[in-house]
Design a protein. Structure first.
Length: 304
């Protein structure tokens, strides 16, 4: 009985987000559901009653690799696969009466994903890679409109438009509801000028916390001594529960999706030059016990 209830809830949540579940989507939703039930249900129950709004749920990369549905999907379209996983996860939270939000943080990526930051180029775009780095936050926490909510001034129809980070905000071009209303009144005819009067409902938009950071590759020997720092400084961005928690000069293992971004100081909108942006998916403690961190943070500052 519960099975069918859960399915329908997941689909209605997916639909609410503007996603119509096709068969590939249904398979992925089902695979996540089984993965959480087998491995994380106790953790999900335990989180009940905590006051934080957003929690990261650490999911071992090996669990994804052992699943024949999730393995190819996660490695070819990680954002899409994770979004579906987060829908299932939060539906589980709802079932257990917890109103916090959980986000999947895949950790302990296999050796195939380990890479050198200094060798990173545009051709690695979209891949998920692991790096050992020294980080320093830049600019402090900020927010962005992840999903904008608009209302048609003529018919009060509301809808959401997903936005992209650090890009021009997407606004609606026409109101389909008004067109349908017009067609119903005018024997199926379309209005000559489609209705285009919209307000963005600032209070109802979905905002995400983010923070930018600089990352420099670090090589550490088995005794915990920093052997060398990388030559290049990369820009990274974190979201949700990581925001405001990053300590300048701390050493971490990060797992990041490689993205491209415009130059931070571009002086015209259509500038085609791009930089690599590390969209940091998860942050782990460094596997190395570092003994000379203070020296390294001094060196990091000198580089700036
Ligand atoms: Zn309208």
């Amino acid at each position: 009985m519960f099975e069918s209830l859960r399915h329908s809830q997941v689909y209605s949540m997916a639909r609410k987000r503007g996603i119509e579940p096709d068969s590939a989507m249904q398979e992925v939703l089902g695979a996540w559901r089984i993965l959480f039930e087998k491995n994380h249900i106790e953790e999900i129950k335990r989180l009940k009653g905590f006051e934080e709004r957003v929690f990261g749920l650490e999911v071992e990369h090996s669990l994804i690799c052992n699943d024949e549905v999730l393995k190819p999907e996660f490695h070819t379209r990680p954002d899409w696969t994770l979004e579906l996983g987060n829908i299932v996860l939060n539906e589980k939270m709802m079932i257990h009466g917890n109103d916090s939000r959980l986000v999947i943080r895949v950790v302990n990526f296999s050796k195939h994903h380990h890479f050198s930051l200094d060798e990173l180029r545009m051709r690695h775009r979209s891949t998920m890679l692991t790096f050992d780095v020294i980080i320093s936050p830049v600019g402090g926490p900020l927010g962005w409109i992840k999903k904008a909510v608009y209302e048609c001034i003529d018919c009060e129809h509301r809808f959401e438009i997903k936005q992209r980070l650090a890009r021009e905000r997407d606004a609606p071009h026409l109101c389909y509801n008004c067109i349908e209303i017009f067609a119903a009144k005018n024997k199926g005819k379309f209005p000559r000028i489609p209705p285009v009067n919209f307000d963005m409902l600032v209070e109802d938009c979905y905002y995400e916390d983010i923070e930018y950071l600089n990352a420099i590759e670090v090589a550490i020997d088995n005794d915990g001594n920093v052997l060398k720092l990388g030559g290049e400084k990369f820009l990274g961005v974190v979201n949700d529960e990581y925001v405001g928690t990053l300590v300048p000069g701390s050493i971490h293992r990060i797992n990041a999706r490689i993205a491209v971004d415009h130059l931070p100081n571009r002086d015209f909108v259509k500038d085609t030059r791009r930089i690599i942006l590390l969209k940091i998916h998860s942050i782990e403690n460094s596997p190395f016990k570092v003994s000379n961190v203070s020296e390294t943070s001094i060196e990091l500052n000198d580089n700036e």
